[in-house]
Design a protein around this ligand. Structure first.
Ligand code: NAI
Length: 472
């Protein structure tokens, strides 16, 4: 009987947690065990207080409430759940290598390798291994050789490896998982492919399930992220032109987005993309291209990353310059710390670099974020809260009002919904003159802000009345 009854997911992170929650919710007859080596994280997934789950995603807590300890379990007993699984998802992290060959570019596959070794050791009978993590092309080969090197033919051990990359975006993970644009399954063994497909058809239209060979599937994930990041870098490059020429990036985005060939999505300028994936996945593509001797391809994609780094630096410089190049003891409010709205994830968040720079310049930061906690910010800024050594400091505040009191400037660093409809007259009254607002996300309206006596800088907004001439 090849029917899948027990699933194990190795890695209870931003992908493993939400993905397994949605599978459990849609497949009541399946038993889903999510395991992790991180005890703290598993403890949080089992928290009674649903506000304290390790990951915030709209709609996630509701699903956990419905399924946890019914057909969805979080555990550190990796051995036990590998043993009982018919299908095992690998959702471990695949960061960039910090040292050795490919340092700074190649994927570090040590977590994939160690979890694969665990599978080789403990799995029983026929087991389907599903790559959920984003992996370099041909990783399935490595996984297979590790699995096959462990001779367990005596107890009918058989492995099949599938690639099933995850396209969810943080902040909209549950909706993306419930209504995916497509589900991609790469593999060779038709029975294994069907087994995975049968899980998805419980809630996904069959014609949205795409089947490819293993390598196309692995590569498609890297390419999807490269294209998305490329759009951000493209629009950010244009934001700089807008600022110097008097054009407005919102108007330009709208004008080009109405061209159906271009499309309107992913055309918002900002402080540079963040998140754990874009940079690492493009660098991985760059590494792969170089590895195969395709140097032009490598440098083409490398530019997408370079532009992003440039954009982040550019914005930091603007803030410092506008505040008279002197931030010593100035109070600056930071609105938002996560890398984008609706997530508590701060990995590669542009806010981190902005804050570090302002602190280095001697500013006293008041940070407000609806979901990011103090410990995370401490880790990211590499210094404790209230560490006031006279050379810049930061404090986490509970409200926007708290960050506005006596502030010389406010920086909007994340596009949280609640920042879009603030009462700027109230905020202005609390601030110290001359007041500044730096909107790095382009979510506020210039007229609205200026009428409250606040100096204003917004990403991609040039001064259309300025008389800068272009000399041919
Ligand atoms: P994460 O860091 O949040 O979670 C990974 C988890 O795996 C950690 O909790 C870690 O403790 C655990 N782990 C590592 N080695 C283990 C082992 N040997 N045994 C048991 N647990 C182990 O990472 P995240 O964000 O969930 O990403 C996972 C993968 O999914 C990465 O390859 C990433 O590129 C990919 N991905 C991430 C997306 C995102 O938005 N975060 C979206 C799509 C793909």
């Amino acid at each position: 009987d090849s029917e899948v009854k027990n699933i194990c997911c190795i890695g209870a992170g931003y992908v493993g947690g939400p993905t397994m929650a949605v599978i459990a919710d849609n497949c009541p007859s399946l038993k889903v065990n999510v395991v992790d080596i991180n005890e703290e994280r598993i403890k949080k997934w089992n928290e009674k207080d649903f506000d304290r789950l390790p990951i915030y995603e709209p709609g996630l807590a509701e699903i956990i409430k419905r399924c946890r300890n019914k057909n969805l379990f979080f555990s550190i007993d990796i051995k036990k759940h590998i043993e009982s699984a018919d299908m095992i998802f690998l959702s471990v992290n695949t960061p960039i290598k910090k040292s050795g060959l490919g340092k700074g570019q190649a994927s570090d596959l040590k977590y994939i390798e160690s979890s694969t070794r665990e599978i080789a050791k403990y799995a029983k009978g026929e087991t389907i291994i599903v790559e959920k993590s984003t992996l370099p092309v041909r990783t399935a080969e490595t996984i297979k050789s590790i699995l096959e090197s462990n001779d367990k033919s005596f107890n009918n051990q058989k492995f099949s490896v599938l690639s099933n990359p995850e396209f969810l975006a943080e902040g909209t993970a549950i909706n993306d998982l419930e209504n995916p644009d497509r589900v991609l399954i790469g593999g060779e063994n038709p029975e294994a492919i069907t087994a995975l497909e049968e899980i998805y058809v419980n809630w996904v239209d069959k014609n949205k399930i795409l089947k490819t060979n293993l390598w196309s599937s692995e590569l498609s994930k890297l390419v999807a992220n490269a294209f998305l990041a490329q759009r951000i870098s493209s629009i950010n490059s244009i934001s700089a032109i807008c600022e110097t020429t008097g054009a407005d990036i919102n108007e330009v985005s709208r004008a080009i987005g109405m061209d159906t060939r271009i499309g309107e999505k992913f055309l918002n300028a900002g402080p540079g993309y963040g998140g754990s994936c874009f940079k690492k996945d493009i660098l991985n593509l760059v590494y792969l291209s170089k590895y195969y001797g395709l140097n032009e391809v490598a440098s083409y994609w490398q530019k997408v990353v370079d532009l992003n780094v440039w954009q982040q630096h550019r914005i930091r410089k603007i803030i410092v310059k506008k505040l008279f190049n002197n931030l010593t003891s100035k109070k600056i409010g930071i609105m938002g710390f996560s890398f984008k709205a609706n997530t508590n994830d701060t990995r590669e968040s542009p806010a981190i670099q902005i804050c570090k720079d302002l602190i280095e310049e001697g500013a006293d930061l008041r940070i407000y974020d609806p979901k990011v906690n103090k410990f995370q910010i401490e880790k990211d800024l590499e210094q404790n809260q209230f560490n006031d050594n006279g050379e810049g400091s930061w404090t986490l505040c509970k409200s926007i009002k708290d960050i506005a009191i006596d502030a010389d400037a406010i920086v909007i660093a994340t596009e949280w919904e609640e920042f879009k409809s603030l009462d700027w007259s109230d905020i202005s009254r609390l601030m110290r003159s001359p007041k500044w607002l730096f909107d790095t996300r382009g979510i506020t309206n210039s007229k609205d802000i200026k009428q409250h006596n606040i100096n204003y800088w917004k990403i991609g907004l040039g001064d259309s009345s300025s008389n800068i001439k272009f000399n041919f």
